[in-house]
Design a protein around this ligand. Structure first.
Ligand code: BG6
Length: 482
């Protein structure tokens, strides 16, 4: 693998929302902490006709707006802005790439590209890069979603990129993989002895994965309405969470071993039965005490796009036979929360009498956000002399990562992912075969919707989705973790 750190970073879409809100603030944080080389130059490119000074001014304002107060340091910001350069470019035309190459100058020490543009620009951009000699052996490329909107279109994009870059220089971003607690699932599973022997159909009853959001459309009307919750969240982030939770132990913590195991899980996903998926669309309601409009009003149009999806997935292999994975995600739900919940099985036999009640089965909650913690619910004896028999109570064994590692800086996902891209570590990036397995499974679900003319059920903003999502688990005797 090409893992020499690059000293040039080239951002496409450099004036866009993601760049201003996430990428440049992340790069600034890496700069401020001395984590990127002193000679790393950052080039932005987009259509706007800015010069270096104007771009620096724009990013200066973005840092001011998006950096947390305690991170702002005038001297550091001024130093950071000096790393920035800008070249206007219409990426749909090859002509401008020669000027871009000239502006970049010597890239013989390696260049990392971060592509965050509209999908229709992927192919022309790759061709342009190639035409100007900007796709050589020491260049790697990071690709931000959306990488297509179904298997066929993602294959087109992947083919176009593969024509210029081999897989070991392609870094497909799923920002969930950059989240601290997602990586912590690996540490929990594979750096401890106690979970893995139970981590299978023998010990686990079911798994729940929730990614709920309180935000609505956030001004992304066109994109979101063409995409919907299944493709926006399940196809990528949620399936990655599922894969990390369900995969076999990889032999090493490296890009090949980890991705080999994840893809096996993704390929083992059973095609869904139509009764195992519920979609919803929010109506007017209240979120965090404030009244909000319904989706159609937000959109200003009629639409059948789902803003919520809940489903029951099955991983068809030995380890997970008979263990449902319930997934749900949506906009305008009751609270912002991302978590993986592992519900263990009941003890095979309770030795305690009637007064104790049936021991409640253990549950492991891995909370990714907004808080970061791992909580294991265990049964304990209530203090007392127990004349009428032991009284049992469920108590949490808490590992608050925020508290346990209070002195460690919390980093946003893009800080890690940008650094990994610059340094050439692919472990937390998605390989082509994974993306393809994800799309195949998701396309089959969308086909069910088309074949059965499924329309989303409505739910009030601020709720946990349509009641059918509750029925989806309740008929198995399972309640969503709330
Ligand atoms: C993005 C989706 O990939 O993830 C957004 O396009 C969503 O719709 C976002 O809001 C959620 O990310 P996070 O990190 O806030 O959970």
């Amino acid at each position: 693998m090409n893992s020499h750190p690059s000293n040039t970073l080239l951002l496409f879409g450099a004036t866009g929302d993601l760049a201003r809100r996430m990428l440049l603030p992340s790069l600034y944080a890496l700069h401020a902490d001395g984590l990127i080389a002193k000679d790393l130059r950052i080039f932005g490119t987009a259509r706007s006709g800015l010069n270096d000074a104007e771009y620096r001014e724009m990013i200066g304002e973005a840092l001011h707006e998006f950096l947390p107060e305690e991170r702002k340091n005038a001297a550091n910001i001024a130093q950071f802005l000096e790393r920035l350069f800008y070249q206007p470019l219409d990426a749909s035309k090859t002509e401008g790439f020669a000027d871009l190459a000239e502006k970049l100058g010597d890239i013989s020490s390696g260049m990392s590209i971060f592509l965050s543009t509209a999908p229709f620009l992927f192919e022309p951009t790759i061709k342009g890069l190639q035409s100007a000699g900007l796709a050589g052996d020491n260049v790697r490329i990071g690709l931000e979603k959306p990488l297509g909107n179904d298997f066929a279109s993602s294959t087109e994009i992947n083919d176009a990129v593969a024509a210029a870059f081999p897989e070991d220089r392609i870094f497909r971003i799923d920002h969930y993989l950059g989240k601290e607690t997602v990586q912590n699932i690996l540490a929990l599973r594979f750096a401890n002895m106690m979970f893995e022997p139970l981590w299978n159909a023998g010990g686990i009853d079911h798994v729940q994965i929730t990614v709920s959001e309180v935000v609505g459309l956030e001004g992304r009307h066109g994109f979101y309405d063409d995409t919907g919750a299944l493709r926006d969240m399940v196809q990528n982030h949620m399936l990655q969470l599922l894969a990390i939770t369900a995969m076999e132990p990889p032999a090493n913590y490296d890009a090949t071993a980890i991705r080999d195991e994840k893809v096996k899980v993704l390929r083992s996903l059973r095609a869904l039965d139509p009764a195992e998926v519920v979609t919803g669309q929010y109506e007017a309601g209240a979120v965090n005490g404030a009244a909000v409009e319904g989706y159609l009003t937000d959109l200003g149009d009629q639409s059948n796009t789902e803003t919520f999806v809940a489903l029951k997935a099955h991983v068809d292999n030995w380890r997970w036979q008979g263990v449902p994975f319930y997934l749900r995600t949506g906009k305008r739900l009751a609270e912002r929360r991302s978590e993986v919940v592992i519900q263990f099985k009941d003890v095979p036999h309770s030795i305690f009498g009637d007064r104790s009640g049936k021991p409640i089965a253990n549950r492991l909650v891995i909370r990714l956000q907004p808080e970061e913690y791992v909580r294991l619910q265990v049964m304990a004896k209530e203090p007392g002399l127990d004349r009428d028999g032991i009284v049992l109570r469920e108590v949490p064994l808490d590992l608050s990562l925020t508290q346990a590692f209070a002195s460690a800086r919390r980093r946003i996902a893009y800080e890690r992912l940008l650094l990994d891209l610059i340094e050439g570590d692919q472990t937390l990036f998605v390989r082509r075969d994974e993306v393809e397995a994800q799309w195949s499974w998701v396309d089959a679900i969308r086909k069910i919707w088309t074949d059965h003319a499924v329309a989303p059920k409505s739910y009030g903003a601020g709720s946990w989705g349509p009641s059918a999502a509750i029925a989806l688990t309740e008929r198995d005797g399972v309640s969503w973790h709330e």
